[in-house]
Write a protein that binds this ligand. Structure first.
Ligand code: SF4
Length: 317
């Protein structure tokens, strides 16, 4: 198969049947991302952007893309990474990210659960299992990571946090929240997350929102980013895995089903945001972060784990 824009060998065939070589695929991908950024006003000129990096291909590819996009304002871009303390996984992923940031001269801000909360994710999972606390690893991980990133993005003075979420991720999250009956969580989704504006929240944006997992992987490989397939040991306990496999099976028999799910969801998203925007946001009485509850989810997790720890617990305010 050859590229439809030149005679070179195609590396990609789109849903609509377009075949593209590496050069034209990169153009197609970057154009799609630029259209998303413009259409949803994800990044304005002169804004300081913090890229939430996991060491995986999506966030590293996003960092690489934004570096090129903001080449005249490189000082406005930095990376943030959270080391949850997942032995044999996050440490490996973060090594690659450190190298990438050093090679490209990008400031990297790294924070760990251990120094911020007093325990690693591995320790929290062990405590939860031994004491039947019934808190899932991914819940602990996601809630604490989001809280840390928001706190430090605000303190460091960034106006947006960019994440590498792609169309597959969004389709999974939409379906998970539909099936769990979580309309208020659905309302927070979209290319720009959140429902209410609050000076305590740093807006999260997803420039790769309309790019599929496969497109991200091809783009990462073509831009020289090392793609590994190391998976988190806790991913098997994640409900998302079942949804991911289900959607992939469905998409192989009904091509484009993930696109339809996301596009249809975007039609109703403004209504959901309007419905839930009236809810008031206060401050968590423990950490002071914005929260719809008296105590935010992150502090609730820490409060449950804390009694089972030996020493003192750090909780930065
Ligand atoms: Fe965290 Fe779960 Fe992802 Fe592992 S699979 S990094 S525990 S959210």
């Amino acid at each position: 198969m050859v590229c439809e824009d030149c005679e070179n060998r195609a590396v990609y065939i789109s849903l609509s049947g377009r075949s593209l070589c590496s050069k034209h695929f990169k153009k197609y991908f970057e154009k799609k991302v630029m259209q998303t950024i413009k259409r949803y006003s994800l990044i304005e000129y002169g804004e300081r952007i913090l890229v939430a990096c996991s060491g995986g291909k999506d966030s590293t590819a996003l960092l690489s893309f934004l570096l090129r996009l903001m080449k005249n304002k490189r000082e406005n871009i930095a990376a943030i990474a959270v080391d949850e303390g997942i032995s044999g996984y996050r440490d490996v992923k973060l090594n690659g990210l450190v190298e990438f940031c050093e090679e490209n001269n990008i400031p990297l801000h790294t924070y760990s659960f251990k120094e911020q909360y007093g325990f690693t994710l591995d320790e929290a999972v062990k405590i939860s299992r031994e004491n039947r606390l019934k808190i899932k690893p991914c819940y602990i991980c996601g809630v604490l990571r989001r809280s840390l990133i928001n706190t430090y993005a605000r303190r460091l003075g960034f106006s947006k946090v960019a994440t590498g979420h792609n169309l597959d991720d969004e389709a999974q999250t939409i379906l998970m929240n539909y099936l769990r009956g979580n309309p208020s969580l659905l309302a927070r989704l979209g290319p720009k997350t959140g429902i209410v504006e609050d000076e305590g929240f740093v807006q999260r944006v997803k420039p790769f929102y309309f790019c599929t997992e496969k497109e991200d992987a091809i783009y990462a490989i073509l831009t020289g980013i090392e793609v590994d397939f190391v998976e988190c040991p806790y991913h098997v306990e994640n409900y998302r895995l079942e949804i991911r496999d289900f959607l992939n099976r469905l998409d192989s028999t009904i091509p484009g089903v993930k696109h339809s799910l996301v596009n249809n969801f975007l039609e109703i998203l403004p209504l959901l945001k309007r419905e839930y925007s009236a809810r008031s946001i206060g401050r968590c009485r423990v950490c002071g972060n914005p929260s719809a509850r008296e105590v935010c989810r992150a502090c609730m997790v820490v409060e449950k784990i804390k009694p089972f720890l030996g020493g003192n617990v750090n909780r930065e305010q």
